[in-house]
Every structure is written in C-alpha cells, then in structure tokens.
Design a binder for this molecule. Structure first.
Ligand SMILES: [Zn+2]
Length: 84
C-alpha cells in the first residue's frame, strides 16, 4: 500500500486542534522514536488515516471522519508535544 508523509494531515489536524500540528513532536510507543508528525508514514485508505512510525511501522494514531465527528485514536503515542 502506498503511503504519504505526515504533511497530508495538516487540514484534519487543524480541524481538531485549531493549529498546524504537523510540526508537533510525537514519541512512538513501539520503538521510542521521537520525531515530528510530518515525517510519519500516512496510509490514507484504511478507512480514514492510519499513521505509522517511520522507524518501526507501528501504528502511532488513526484519524477517521465519521458522519459528523472526527475520531482520533492516539494509543500508539506515549507523548505528543505541540509546536511552540
Ligand atoms: Zn516506532
């Protein structure tokens, strides 16, 4: 399956957080890698977005658009630091 980089998440994350979160720093719960969300591997067809670690490929988070709500599951991140 083809993946995109984390910049494709800019619009949906602005909708959720009210600011650009592609430069937010996340820590992978699988391998401990710390990097900006823009560098993550994004699979846009799964349904919604599945975001995977660029090092170990574990799922960092998923973002799914429901009928009226966005659903964000962050269980693959042990930390998320918004940009300053
Ligand atoms: Zn990882």
């Amino acid at each position: 399956m083809q993946h995109l980089d984390g910049n494709v998440l800019a619009g949906p994350l602005i909708e959720l957080f009210g600011r650009d979160m592609t430069t937010a720093t996340g820590r992978c719960s699988g391998c401990g890698d710390v990097s900006v969300l823009a560098r993550a591997l994004v699979y846009p067809d799964a349904p919604g977005f599945t975001v995977r670690c660029r090092i170990c490929a574990d799922v960092l988070f998923t973002l799914v658009q429901g009928d009226e709500k966005l659903w964000l599951d962050l269980r693959g991140l042990t930390g998320l630091q918004p940009p300053r």
